[in-house]
Design a protein around this ligand. Structure first.
Ligand code: GLC
Length: 596
């Protein structure tokens, strides 16, 4: 008995040591990626020369990605190959892309070595379908890029379309869902004669490769690919470039053995804090490859938002540019990257090596918090997108007191006055925001942070909005969402809903409610704080016209003033809501604000 217990214990210890070692190994391998946060994606290939037009016709169908031109517009292999003649070789200089990435504060570049069209951008010896051969040049753009990256200390990774390849007769294209032409055996032939040897070239001839970025957006079980084929790729990378990271779009789940970081969907940004390394690949406009018809440019502040909100959730951002077939980039791309780079030069320490705090996601209505620790010292950065009109920045949820709060104005760091009351911090801001896109306020703490993730964040201008996003025990609530995404109201029955409010001051607070009563009769509600309670009867309400002239009606949320409560001590207090009876009431929010 004793012996078997010992054996179990021993096995458990071994397992523990083994898994911790694996994770530790993974952490050191992915450390740079989690630190760098911001990289450049480059989509450049034959499609760049089509510029989103084929024989005068724009891209077909809804998701009109320019790099999908050959497939969507049903272009033959031969005619597609002719696009190689449009490349303006005496102007193409990959070093300029690297310099732009540097200027933008990006720390790595991911280059499309082979996209779905099957064209190798490097001078491959595997087959003759490469940009170099098709355009009759002796240039190898991947080699030039690799040299430029090394020269400018930029990490280099390759995008390689493994699953889809529209050139090889036995590879996958989506029409096979209808035609079913390729057998497993034929697909394996494509794998063994094109994918594996081409990957071997990329991993052998271009120096250190920081990451390999594969592209499959369904789990491999649902595709023609077999697990052994993916593992063969993993093995090849591990053998040839042991430090090279592999992204989750290879098709395997993110785990410590095969996949080093998770790639979210295209332009899909974080919504919760994720522990393992992850990134969002995003477009600067709509397409990945250059599209001369493009008119959906993301604004610079949108890009800042994407980058900073991802960092606040422990993620990164790989932002794509699509150079033209002469290597140049539209002004729209350059100006955005330059603006971002200028900001990162000043505020980079709040992004590189930074992460987020374990507070409610998006709880501050003015922007995001990022953070980093140096030994015992913790820095918190309030990234303010919306400079408050009353010049008070309200930060909720950090109970520790900062030793210093400052903002950089021009070249000098200016201290700011602040008031701390338990989990609420008020910072006195200067009248003018120092940065037109996002201004960073730095908070220094000399102790590990004490957080309160339960309290409702204070709103800009003061006051607390109690709703579905900040209630306690949210998993027990029935929450209805706008477009299935943005939380709207709570469908209350007769359960008790609770919130925590950290009252900054004693005094009288007014209480309002916004709710819809879909029943024929009034609903009786009860709100309670400590020993005080408010009861009210809410009348039944009807519809509201959302947009005139569209027969677009919605149930109206009616605002009702419920009177006031007296708060006689500061600090966190629970407040609860309950509706009598079993009919539904739709609770939008309860608003609590100090009376002057
Ligand atoms: C999609 C597209 C592709 C693009 C990629 C980047 O998978 O098929 O064109 O390269 O996303 O994330």
């Amino acid at each position: 008995m004793m012996k078997s217990l010992k054996r179990i214990l021993f096995a458990f210890c071994l397992f523990f040591i083994f898994t911790t070692a694996l994770f530790a190994q993974q952490n050191s391998k992915t450390q740079w990626f989690s630190h760098d946060r911001f990289g450049m994606f480059i989509h450049w290939g034959l499609y760049s020369a089509a510029e989103g037009l084929w024989k005068g016709e724009k891209l077909r169908y809804a998701n009109n990605y320019a790099e999908w031109l050959r497939y969507r517009n049903r272009v033959s292999k031969e005619e597609y190959g002719e696009l190689a003649k449009r490349f303006v070789w005496d102007q193409i200089n990959p070093e300029e892309w690297v310099l732009l990435a540097k200027k933008a504060g990006m720390k790595y570049i991911i280059m499309t070595a082979k996209h779905h069209d099957g064209v190798a951008i490097w001078d491959t010896k595997i087959g003759d379908y490469s940009l170099s051969r098709l355009s009759g040049t002796n240039r190898d753009i991947i080699k030039e890029l690799a040299i430029a990256c090394k020269k400018h200390d930029m990490k280099l990774g390759f995008y390689y379309s493994h699953w889809i390849d529209w050139e090889h007769p036995y590879a996958w294209n989506h029409n096979q869902e209808l035609t079913g032409h390729v057998t497993d055996q034929q697909y394996n032939q494509y794998w063994q004669e094109k994918v594996i040897p081409q990957l071997r070239e990329l991993l052998t001839n271009y120096g250190d490769i920081a990451l390999m970025w594969f592209d499959m957006w369904i789990p491999y079980e649902k595709s023609i690919i077999k697990k052994q084929q993916l593992q063969q790729v993993v093995q090849l990378i591990h053998n040839l470039q042991p430090k090279c990271l592999i992204n989750s779009r290879l098709g395997l789940p993110t785990d410590e053995k095969n996949i080093d970081f998770e790639t979210f969907g295209d332009n899909q940004f974080g919504t919760t804090y994720v522990d393992h390394p992850w990134e969002t690949p995003g477009t600067i406009a709509h397409s990945w490859g250059y599209n001369g018809q493009e008119n959906e440019w993301k604004s610079t502040s949108q890009i800042f938002n994407s980058l900073i909100s991802n960092v606040s959730l422990n993620g990164g951002y790989t932002l794509n540019i699509g150079p033209r077939a002469d290597g140049t980039l539209p002004y729209e791309s350059i100006s955005r990257l330059e603006d971002i780079g200028k900001w990162l030069q000043r505020q980079g320490e709040s992004i590189y090596g930074a992460t987020g705090l374990d507070l409610r996601v998006n709880q501050h209505d003015w922007g995001y918090l990022t953070t980093k620790t140096h030994g015992k010292q913790t820095q918190v950065y309030a990234q303010v997108f919306n400079w408050p009109l009353d010049r008070i920045l309200r930060i909720s949820g950090i109970k520790s007191k900062p030793s210093q709060v400052s903002v950089r104005i021009g070249a000098s760091e200016t201290s700011l006055k602040f008031k701390q009351k338990s989990g609420l911090l008020h910072i006195q801001l200067p009248a003018k925001q120092p940065d037109p896109f996002v201004s960073t306020i730095s908070l220094t703490y000399n102790e590990p942070l004490q957080l309160d993730k339960e309290i409702v964040a204070e709103s800009t201008f003061g006051g607390f909005a109690l709703n579905s996003t900040n209630a306690l025990h949210q998993d027990k609530l029935q929450i209805t969402k706008y477009d299935g995404k943005r939380p709207q109201h709570i469908q209350t029955n007769n359960e008790t809903i609770e919130w925590m409010i950290d009252f900054p001051e004693v005094g009288v607070y007014k209480v309002d409610i916004s709710a819809h009563n879909p029943n024929k009769i009034f609903s009786t509600i009860l709100i309670q704080i400590g020993t005080q309670s408010i009861t009210e009867k809410l009348d039944s309400n009807g519809k509201l016209v959302v947009e005139p002239n569209e027969n677009n009606y919605t149930d109206e949320f009616v605002n009702t003033s419920l009177g006031s409560i007296k708060i006689d001590h500061t600090g966190p207090q629970k407040i609860s809501f309950k509706k009598e009876g079993s009919e539904h009431l739709w609770l939008n929010s309860i608003w609590i604000e100090k009376k002057n």
